[in-house]
Design a protein around this ligand. Structure first.
Ligand SMILES: Nc1ncnc2c1ncn2[C@@H]1O[C@H](COP(=O)(O)OP(=O)(O)OP(=O)(O)O)[C@@H](O)[C@H]1O
Length: 257
């Protein structure tokens, strides 16, 4: 297996709360990895240490062998750790294609001037990315008109414009209807497979997790308590206890892995 990211002994506490406690794992090339756990388990804190937004108390995070701890977030992003962000107000006034073009301009570090209008740059590359997320037919629509699910697909295209080796998706399906969640993650899983990009995502919807994740990591109170395929995680008594305590039941339908 070709390891893209290697995390070793990651620790972070806030005052008396041990938010992340000695967490180690690896992410392989082309892997679709879910990081799950009850509220407050430490998922977001973990993510924030992977992309440099938080400095761990201890531990190491290496991208293709290069240590990232101490590297500023923007540099980590340039090195290939992407993250899906919500499209902000400014970008809502632009069209779908223009948003992807702006991401491509930033990726290629191109500065456009009055003689080279931004709308003429990277049109084909932008359209190819829109094809990947099945949004080509909406290229000229202003983002402000998009349905929530379409906006999420556009955010994915924008993140992919930076050609990440590893894409972090923190609760990508939050606020979506169940059928939309499955569709977005099925689309993402297809992209993972075709493009060979690695994705780590956090998710509360177990149907989504079991349907698409290649491998699942389970955090509880900051510690990694289990790691395995959907079937292994579903059968794990410790995980069941943690989740059943929170009222979640793993159903047969929820397990396709
Ligand atoms: N900036 C902070 N200051 C103080 N405590 C924090 C901070 N960030 C997180 N925590 C605490 O660390 C623990 C882990 O929080 P974190 O947000 O990483 O969990 P999570 O698994 O992402 O939760 P959720 O699923 O609810 O988003 C929690 O107890 C939380 O209250």
């Amino acid at each position: 297996m070709n390891v893209v990211l290697e995390v070793n002994g990651l620790c972070k506490s806030f005052g008396g709360v041990q938010a992340v406690d000695d967490v180690s794992f690896a992410v392989n090339k082309g892997e679709f990895l879910a990081l799950i756990g009850p509220n407050g388990a430490g998922k977001t804190t973990c993510f924030n240490m992977l992309n440099g937004y938080l400095r761990p108390d201890r531990g190491s995070v290496a991208l293709r062998g290069k240590e990232l701890i101490g590297t500023p977030p923007r540099r980590i992003w340039r090195l290939g750790v992407g993250r899906t962000f919500q499209i902000t107000e400014t970008f809502l006034s632009m069209t779908v294609r223009e948003n992807v073009q702006m991401a491509l301009i930033s990726h290629h570090r191109r500065i456009y001037d009055i003689f080279s209008r931004a709308t003429r740059l990277y049109v084909d590359e932008a359209d190819a990315l829109l094809d990947l997320v099945s949004m080509r037919d909406q290229a000229t629509r202003p983002c402000s008109e998009l349905a929530y699910g379409d906006l999420k697909r556009l955010e994915l295209a924008i993140a992919l414009a930076h050609k990440p080796a590893l894409l972090l998706m923190d609760e990508p399906t939050a606020g979506m209807a169940p059928s939309e969640r499955i569709a977005l993650m099925a689309l993402t899983a297809g992209i993972v497979e075709r493009e060979g990009v690695s994705v780590v995502f956090t998710e509360h919807d177990m149907d989504v997790v079991f349907a698409h994740a290649h491998r699942i990591l389970v955090l509880n109170r900051g510690a990694l308590i289990a790691e395995g395929t959907g079937a292994e995680i579903r059968a794990n008594p410790t995980v069941q206890e943690v989740y059943l305590g929170g009222g979640t039941v793993f159903t047969e339908e929820a397990s396709h892995a």
